[in-house]
Design a binder for this molecule. Structure first.
Ligand SMILES: C[S@@+](CC[C@H](N)C(=O)[O-])C[C@H]1O[C@@H](n2cnc3c(N)ncnc32)[C@H](O)[C@@H]1O
Length: 230
């Protein structure tokens, strides 16, 4: 597999290198996304498309247990390596699996997260339905993306080379609505103005964003986090 296919399904040595690089490069946007989660010490969390496993590591610092699932065996391997100690302590578990058929019972998780992965999901409405199935009633689904779709030229160009779809906040909210998620919110971060726009219930509020981590693309992308409650 080549560089571009590997982003959506990392394979082999190149896949391993790319996953390690994503663990680093996705840190700013992931930390900003995680800012919107209120993790409690008794929470059981699932991270879908866990990639190199850094977000499992971060969330397991607070949660009771964090599961990772990914359909790439290379991602599963690296996630297990990165979280070796936490796995030994019983705080992290990583499984091979596809979002369309999650290997978990109904109503299992307090929180399900998906960072930089929904672009690659097949039948996105059905995939969101599968996430909802494994969430407990009242549980939260959080989607973290490095781009709010159309604003980002790089992501738009990536669509041409990779089998991926870059969504905007309205589309993601609509897919959540179609699955009867409640209290749907979209958080958008403007790298230029350092403002955060929060959209919910047809309202839009703008707050100053004191978030201080930067990535190369920080100046010209609008980061996006979208949440919905089962
Ligand atoms: C761009 S990487 C992001 C990895 C990690 N979440 C991060 O933020 O660095 C996308 C990951 O999603 C996984 N993925 C894509 N489609 C998937 C699916 N249908 N089911 C499970 N995992 C999937 C890929 O294998 C890959 O590890």
């Amino acid at each position: 597999m080549g560089f571009f296919e590997n982003m959506g399904n990392p394979q082999g040595k190149l896949g391993n290198i790319q996953l390690k690089s994503m663990n680093k490069e996705h840190t700013p946007v992931s930390l900003w996304g995680l800012k919107h989660l209120d993790i409690a010490p008794d929470n059981i969390i699932l991270d879908v498309g866990c990639g190199g496993g850094m977000n499992l590591n971060r969330m397991a610092q607070t949660a009771k247990k964090v599961y990772g699932v990914d359909y790439s065996i290379e991602s599963v391997k690296l996630s297990r390596e990165v979280n070796e100690d936490l796995i030994r302590m019983g705080k992290v578990e990583v499984l091979e699996g596809n979002v369309l058929d999650l290997p978990f019972d109904d109503d299992t998780f307090d929180i399900v997260t998906a960072f930089e992965t929904v672009y690659f999901w097949p039948d996105i409405v059905k995939s969101f339905g599968e996430v909802k199935r494994v969430l407990k009633p009242g549980g939260m689904f959080l989607i973290g993306c490095e781009s709010n779709g159309a604003d980002n030229l790089i992501m738009k160009m990536s669509e041409k080379f990779m089998k991926m779809t870059v969504y905007n906040d309205e589309q993601l909210c609509e897919f959540l609505k179609q699955n009867d998620f409640k209290e749907i919110k979209a958080y958008l971060r403007d790298g230029k103005t350092k403002k955060e726009i929060i959209k919910y219930d047809g309202k839009e509020i703008v707050i100053d964003d004191d978030y201080n981590h930067f990535s190369i693309s920080d100046r010209f992308v609008q980061w996006m986090t979208v949440t919905g409650i089962k």
